[in-house]
Ligand binder design. Structure first.
Ligand code: PBG
Length: 326
């Protein structure tokens, strides 16, 4: 009889396929990034991210309750301030929008979900860079570290369970860890954006946070050409005390996710970024892709590559699709 090997035996019925599925995708694996806009009195749509909004504080609370109901893993908060300055001082200000929003959500949902905050200055600086600038306009690594430490402490104080340094400064995890510990927040976890690439796929996000950036981030974010360098970044972050490491973006970097998963002793996250969302939504709007199948396939592929957690703008919707009844 030919052929001897028949892999199709396991594909014959839904039950057979379910039995041998290697990768699972569950609501708890998904983290929803959310934007909150200072001074907003209603949600403001983001043109390049159809279906995603800048929240006002009330709609943010409702979104958090919906996230809890959907059983997703957590929320990652980004702030859109009304005023910006050269030092990004709104980030560490307890009355800055991100910290106000964290307090609102800590009050609204408490420990029912995991509250994470983006620990980066770019939303708060008038030049749009992730760090402080020298007089010549270069991002000053070490001066920035101090600002990150203060921001992380403010976020922990406002109720973040997890802080997420995303600025790709050398030494950021260690400085943040020390600052948190010194302020009595030794239980606040650090999710390090360890391998964050300089990517065209962040385009819609920059609309979402009304980024003031005119240049690029090539002196601090990683070159898309480099894979080995990502492992170096991960090793450094682990040595500095990262509680979880992240690769970002996801879909064009699945090889990196895989390699990081192989060496990491802590949970691995991957961030399916704004451009990945926009790309699929645009094709769906044209009738070119099936929305639900495409979204679930992208998320499954990120899990298959080795990510424990996936940050995705589809988190709540995907979680609803993943319910046994639907
Ligand atoms: C920086 C930050 C960025 C994103 C998350 N954190 C943008 C950037 O580096 O320019 C992008 C997220 C996305 O595109 O969805 N604080």
């Amino acid at each position: 009889m030919f052929p001897l090997e028949r892999p199709r035996r396991w594909r014959r019925t839904p039950a057979l396929r379910r039995l041998v599925a290697e990768t699972s995708l569950e609501p708890r694996h998904l983290v929803l990034p959310v934007f909150v806009r200072e001074g907003a009195s209603e949600p403001v749509p983001i043109a390049s991210m159809p279906g995603v909004v800048q929240h006002d504080l009330d709609s943010l609370r409702r979104a958090a309750v919906a996230a809890v109901d959907a059983g997703i893993g957590g929320l990652m908060l980004f702030g859109v301030p009304e005023r910006r300055d050269a030092r990004g001082s709104g980030g560490a200000d307890p009355d800055g929008i991100l910290n106000v929003a964290l307090r609102a959500l800590a009050e609204e949902v408490g420990d029912a979900t995991v509250l994470m905050a983006d620990t980066c200055l770019d939303e708060f600086t008038d030049h749009g860079h992730c760090g402080l600038l020298t007089p010549d306009g270069v991002v000053d690594n070490d001066a920035t570290l101090e600002a990150y430490g203060e921001m992380a402490v403010a976020q922990a104080e406002a109720g973040a369970h997890v802080v997420g340094p995303s600025g790709m400064m050398d030494g950021q995890v260690e400085v943040i860890r020390q600052a948190l510990d010194a302020a009595g927040h030794e239980q606040t976890a650090v999710l390090a954006y360890s391998a964050k690439y300089t990517s065209a796929f962040y385009g819609p996000f920059r609309d979402a946070v009304e980024s003031q950036l005119t240049g690029d981030r090539n002196t601090y974010q990683q070159d898309p050409a480099n894979g080995r360098e990502a492992l170096r970044e991960v090793r450094l972050d682990l040595a500095e005390g990262a509680d979880a490491v992240m690769v970002k973006p996801a879909m064009s970097y699945l090889d990196v996710v895989r390699q990081v998963a192989e060496i990491s002793e802590v949970p691995v996250a991957a961030y399916q970024v704004s451009g990945e969302y926009a790309m699929v939504e645009a094709a769906v709007a044209n009738g070119w892709l099936d929305r639900r199948r495409t979204v679930l396939e992208t998320l499954t592929s990120v899990r298959r590559a080795g990510a424990d957690l996936v940050l995705t703008y589809w988190a709540v919707e995907a979680a609803q699709w993943l319910r046994p009844s639907s």
